[in-house]
Write a protein that binds this ligand. Structure first.
Ligand SMILES: [Cu+2]
Length: 323
């Protein structure tokens, strides 16, 4: 390195950056769908909800902006290291820059502008998701109640409800377990039905501790807090079955607090509502805390005796057969 003329290094750097830029352009041009989505979950045949596109754009845009700032910063650092390195016959202290007002103003305002731009974009997407003004005009009102360690679904617009029961040790296989519908298999999880292309206003509550309602494919999660109701509005746009889970460490069996989401046609959704009505699950489960709560009683009784949980497994098996 030392023997090379000093102009070589900047030129080499320039060439390296040119190659990097060319590579980036090539890679982004033929990047797979997964890469273009910034590795977020998604499908090639359509967006999962009316929000997933804007969320993906926000995510990818933030990374591109961060990368651009990073490349510029790393480039300047490397350039300084190379261009202003100590030469063999140079024994003087370099120029020391202090109290340089324009530079310090730049250091202050450039990050402020960057944070502000990120904030504006985040706020725009967040407000469109929470959509508090249009909550009442949504096609459907659904209340989800988190509990240790399962979920209750109140289909308020249809005046029916469904409930999940706590799986003792999800994923474990004991002698009592059967292969079909055994504890911890996906058929025993509660299933939330949503009609495709209908706007749904979710209200989220908790019976006991803080949970978090998360459907990874919807790219959104929100906390469920005791004595406080959170809400958001979403329109599922792609039929399919998706996984849902609790995203807040809520106790011993937090990892088993799972549910399924089925986005189905309006006819299938109506049929499922009729199934729940036929099971006598009309009205809504209370969402507050307390022993008198019907949902909690149900959960305790069904997790307490073997017959109760068998009934629930049968119920979910029927749903599976119906799809
Ligand atoms: Cu939880």
């Amino acid at each position: 390195m030392r023997s090379k003329p000093p102009t070589r290094t900047p030129r080499a750097l320039l060439r390296a950056s040119a190659v990097a830029v060319a590579l980036a352009v090539t890679v982004s041009g033929c990047a797979s769908d997964t890469v273009q989505r910034g590795y977020l979950p998604g499908y090639t045949d359509g967006e999962v909800t009316n929000h997933t596109a804007s969320m993906t754009n926000l995510w990818v845009g933030s990374w591109v902006a961060a990368l651009a700032v990073g490349v510029l910063t790393w480039g300047l650092i490397l350039w300084c290291v190379a261009a202003y390195r100590k030469r063999r016959d140079d024994h003087r202290l370099p120029v020391q820059t202090r109290y340089h007002l324009p530079l310090e103003l730049m250091y202050t305002f450039v990050p402020l502008v960057m944070v502000f731009v990120l904030f504006i974009h985040t706020d725009t997407v967040m407000s469109s998701v929470q959509d508090a003004e249009n909550a009442d005009e949504a096609d459907l009102q659904i209340q989800v109640v988190g509990k240790q360690w399962s979920w209750d679904f109140n289909y308020l617009s249809d005046d029916v409800y469904d409930f999940g029961t706590h799986e003792g040790d999800p994923g474990s296989i004991t002698a009592e377990d059967q292969l079909d519908g055994a504890a911890g298999t996906s058929t025993s999880f509660p299933t939330l039905y949503l009609p495709v292309d209908q706007s749904i206003h979710f209200t989220l509550d908790s019976r006991d501790v803080i949970h978090s309602f998360w459907i990874p494919a919807f790219l959104y999660k929100q906390d469920m807090i005791p004595d406080r109701t959170n809400q958001f509005v979403v329109t599922p746009t792609r039929e399919g079955t998706y996984a849902g889970k609790c995203a807040e460490l809520c106790g011993e069996f937090h990892s088993g607090m799972l549910f399924n989401v089925k986005v189905v046609s309006q006819e299938e959704y109506d049929a499922h509502m009729e199934e729940l009505r036929a099971l006598g699950q009309t009205g809504a489960l209370e969402s507050g805390e307390g022993e008198e709560n019907s949902g909690l009683d149900r959960r305790q009784s069904s997790s307490g005796d073997e017959g109760g949980s068998r009934d629930v497994n049968d119920g979910t098996d029927d749903e599976e057969a119906g799809h």
